[in-house]
Design a protein around this ligand. Structure first.
Ligand code: SAH
Length: 395
């Protein structure tokens, strides 16, 4: 095994069990290692700190598998991590959807596995995960008792690891019919081959339930769902009792699925208006029409995919939140989210506060919102907390 030697004083984060070794912290590689090979990470005096997957083309030069110098990183090691991750999720709901492996937070850097009904959808996003692709696939099937696994390793972050995009069936056949999941009684089609992410967004599950509860008992007769994708929030609002739900997305294909999802869930189509539009323009148009809603959801894509884009992202978050706030009637509620890792919960709250002030509105935080618990956050890896949100009540 090659040794990755750190510069003096650069071992502190590894001693706190943070799994990333940045290129700037590395003094030299002693020996040779191919992408994804396990290397021993040592401090400047040669003391071993971790065993990590080497990624020569990435700024994150190595990702720790373990801080135990005596462990053997092999198929059995990875299978044990995968079993523990699956076990931690608890009972498997057969028709539903869940994140079974959440990367670094499950001790499996760069590996994402979502389950939709009886299909696993996996993303290999690091050189280390890629190195063990076959072993990981087998271990996932063993741990879940499922037979089909589809690969969606086509996220942009693969390029940073020097990996080409790849997607297609990896174990078993590709789904020959649209896959339907049932979440809290709502039926949603998941497009595993072409949909965003792994086909769907499991993480706002509890937030959608909260939106549904907020709409109950006349709590939201009129609702606006911006960046609606396949309509999961819209359906939850209608199921809760909203009488008119306007949903906006720039993707016509996503809106087609959303319409089909509403019908499959037995909801009255007259409740919904699906509008294909750019959200920034559509929000301005609604403002110019002096529209008001009882409840607004803003769940946009990642505006800040890299640390360098945080400032531009902050302006975009402020823009939509300012408009979203203006579209709320007094007493109305705003569910607002950011899934940008580079925008902390504290920064997001500041941005939203600035937006409210500029909109001339005051509001209280009724609740702080996060990803559902199958997206755990490890204490030593706060970067895992990418999704944050606020439930605001306009005064
Ligand atoms: N809220 C959704 C997930 C949103 S994903 C859910 O609960 O499942 C982000 C969505 O924003 C995608 O569907 C994408 O098509 C859409 N989108 C991205 N940029 C947009 C823009 N400028 N205007 C409108 N929609 C946009």
């Amino acid at each position: 095994m090659a040794d990755l030697i750190l510069k003096p004083g650069r071992e502190k984060s590894l001693r706190r069990q943070h799994p990333w070794v940045f290129s700037g912290a590395v003094a030299e590689l002693r020996g040779t290692a191919a992408p994804g090979d396990t290397v021993r990470v040592c401090d400047a005096r040669g003391q071993p700190l971790a065993q990590a997957a080497y990624s020569p083309s990435s700024q994150i030069r190595a990702r720790a598998w373990t801080f135990d110098a005596g462990a053997r990183v092999d198929a059995g090691f990875l299978a044990a991590r995968i079993e523990a991750a699956v076990r931690r999720r608890g009972r498997i709901d057969p028709g539903g959807a869940a994140r079974l492996v959440h990367g670094e937070s499950d001790g499996l850097p760069g590996l994402i596995a979502d389950r939709y009904a009886d299909l696993l959808v996996v993303q290999y996003l690091s050189a280390g995960a890629e190195r063990w692709r076959e072993e990981i696939a087998d271990a996932l099937l063993r741990a879940t008792g499922l037979a089909r696994l589809y690969e969606r390793s086509d996220a942009d972050v693969r390029a940073l690891e020097g990996l080409a995009p790849r997607s297609g069936p990896l174990r078993g056949a590709a789904p020959d019919a649209p896959l339907t999941i049932v979440v809290y009684g709502l039926r949603l089609v998941v497009e595993v081959a072409h949909g965003n992410n792994t086909g769907f967004y499991v993480d706002p599950r509890d937030n959608r339930r909260l939106a549904r509860e907020a709409a109950a008992g006349g709590g939201a007769d009129t609702a606006l769902n911006v960046f609606c994708y396949t309509g999961a929030f819209s359906l939850a609002l209608a199921a809760g009792g909203a009488r008119a739900v306007l949903s906006i997305d720039s993707s016509g294909a996503a809106l087609d699925l959303a319409r089909a999802n509403a019908a499959a869930s037995g909801l009255d189509p007259a409740v919904f208006e699906w509008r294909e539009a750019d959200a920034f323009a559509a929000l301005r148009e609604l403002r110019d029409q002096s529209r008001r809603f009882d409840l607004v959801v803003l769940d946009p894509p990642k505006f800040a995919p890299t640390p360098a884009s945080v400032e531009r992202a902050a302006r975009a978050y402020k823009d939509i939140n300012l408009l979203g706030m203006k579209l709320l009637r007094p007493g109305g509620r705003l569910f607002t989210f950011s899934c940008s890792g580079g925008v902390s919960a504290e920064l997001f709250q500041k941005i939203v506060a600035g937006a409210a002030q500029d909109a001339g509105c005051d509001a209280v935080i009724a609740r702080r919102l996060w990803a559902a618990p199958d997206h755990p956050v490890r204490l030593a890896f706060p970067e895992g907390e990418y999704l944050k949100g606020l439930l605001l009540e306009r005064l």
